[in-house]
Design a protein around this ligand. Structure first.
Ligand SMILES: Nc1ncnc2c1ncn2[C@@H]1O[C@H](COP(=O)(O)OP(=O)(O)OP(=O)(O)O)[C@@H](O)[C@H]1O
Ligand SMILES: [Mg+2]
Length: 240
């Protein structure tokens, strides 16, 4: 029995080490070592996304959670980086959560024009894209204006343009149970990935998020269960 315990303990420790590298205060280390954030989980996510999107010709993918803080930005960034690992794949990451933008703390993007500037007609589409060469990523940051939403026609026009220029447009969206614009964007993209936090997002919240996306005819590609933990079963610990 102790061998099983040791194996489980080791797996748990390895998982924790992997998680700390993947996210956590994450990103400062990610800035010096971009490769460190591209972990196995993201490679698996990338493979799932590719298997669903490439054959179907889907280019624009929105990530949303039910509530704040479930990991949408973290997962959107990880997915965009994993997709961009192939140098020839053109990936754009768009920060569409204008109320609580956080990409600038995670990526070396200058405080520059972004989606809010475009929303208010102060910047043209080509002026809001910033390049992060070292990660092979193009980024549309939240921007410099206090706008909180983008008119549906404007987002539609922007997406139409971007999907001719990029293989994938990954969008970090606002929580769908909190802000109506998440579902609006959901209705204009090719697919939506829901991000829920394991052991935290109530089932009713998850159901409500799905309902709102179904209502607007969004195509849900799947769910990322973020911060999933593996535990050593209590009965095993008790036997030791
Ligand atoms: N898998 C994870 N492991 C450890 N920390 C995580 C994980 N996912 C997210 N976090 C941390 O949790 C916090 C919230 O994550 P994040 O900003 O991605 O959530 P969000 O859904 O984008 O929040 P908001 O709705 O405010 O935009 C961040 O500090 C992030 O580093
Ligand atoms: Mg966020």
């Amino acid at each position: 029995m102790s061998k099983i315990y040791e194996a489980l303990k080791k797996a748990e420790e390895e998982r924790e080490r992997g998680r700390a590298r993947t996210v956590g205060p994450a990103t400062s280390s990610a800035l010096t070592d971009p490769g460190a954030v591209i972990q196995e989980d993201y490679q698996r996510l990338r493979a799932s996304v590719l298997s669903m999107t490439v054959p179907a010709g889907l280019h624009t993918i929105l990530l949303v959670s039910a509530q704040h803080g479930e990991g949408t930005t973290t997962v959107a960034l990880g997915l965009a980086m994993a997709l961009a690992r192939e140098r020839e794949t053109r990936v754009l990451l768009m920060e569409a959560n204008l109320r609580s933008p956080s990409l600038k703390t995670l990526l070396p993007v200058p405080t520059s024009f972004g989606l809010s500037d475009y929303a208010l007609g102060r910047a043209a589409p080509e002026a809001i894209v910033t390049r992060v060469d070292e990660w092979n990523l193009s980024v549309i940051p939240a921007g410099t204006q206090p706008a909180t939403t983008v008119a549906v026609e404007a987002i539609e026009a922007l997406l139409a343009r971007l999907q001719t220029q990029f293989d994938f447009v990954v969008i970090d969206g606002p929580p769908v149970n909190v802000y109506a614009d998440a579902a609006v964007i959901g209705s204009k993209v090719d697919g939506v990935i829901l991000v829920f936090e394991a052991d935290r997002t109530p089932v009713t919240d998850a159901e409500s998020a799905k309902r709102q996306l179904d209502r607007v005819g969004a195509r849900i590609l799947g769910v990322v269960l973020n911060r999933q933990r593996s535990y050593i079963p209590a009965f095993l610990e008790n036997l030791l």
